[in-house]
Design a protein around this ligand. Sequence first.
Ligand SMILES: [Zn+2]
Length: 323
Amino acid sequence: MSDLSDFSKTTPQLETVDVQSIPTGIEPGSGSGRMKFGEAAPRKKNIPKGLWTKCGKCAELIYDKDLEENLKTCPSCGYHFPIAARVRLASLVDEKSFKEMDAGMSSVDVLKFTGVASYPSKLERYQKSTGENDAVITGLCKMGPHKVALGIMDFSFLGGSMGSVVGEKLTRLIEVGTRKKLSVIIISTSGGARMYEGMFSLMQMAKTCGALAYHSEAGLPYISVLTHPTTAGVMASYASVGDLIVAEPGAMIGFAGPRVIKDTTQAELPPGFQTTEFLLDRGMIDAIVTRNQMRESLINYLDYLTAGMTKPKANRPPRKKAS
Ligand SMILES: [Zn+2]
């Protein structure tokens, strides 16, 4: 016979996870009821590491395996957690269809930049922690019936900052897309230009947009997908010039951060300022798409954007000779 006490004995790690034990900061008789800084920290040790994650929005505890299966979105409130570029890639493209481009390209320390740490040592650290050479993955892939030139940024590599490698990889991707008459999709997440490369980073804004202009002149569609956060030099260049601009819910999107804007304008910012939902209301983005619906939606958009476009010759059925 198994009863509840047996269950707790055999699964000791589950005993400690009890939603009721998560501190709310409002203890009976605690007066103001406001959480004091650091108050909640000591009781966190009850949550076993690597098994559960607490949702950043609704505070629900989510079993890590469920979180992975749900593409790192909260099953309760839909909050979108950060996701690695490779995981996102796998959720979007047809299996085994991705042909990566310029995978070995990595940054050079042109300015001999040294701050708290040298640029090469930073690069090495992030290359080790992410397994990527820089903050973007690019390549050609299939998404349903469409062949696509796809770029996906990774925020966990130096804040998704745009240095010369990010700019060059995306430019090459767009140029290949133009030559092969493919739609381009870029999924952005970035803190902006990479300060370690100074002017070389800022140049990438013009370079990527130049390539996109040629792509557009060829009558080919470009979809920009904004994810949390997409800001500064990336938002001020290729991320904001899509034929269609879609964004994940709750993402922060803007140029300067809200604190800087508030300090500069000396004005109160409206609620929800610089979020996806705020920008949809004001027409800056075209649609909000959840991560779980992203692949299907992108295929639908491509169906629409490429309808009536002439297919490359190789894909056409052989023409019958007139007799
Ligand atoms: Zn949640």
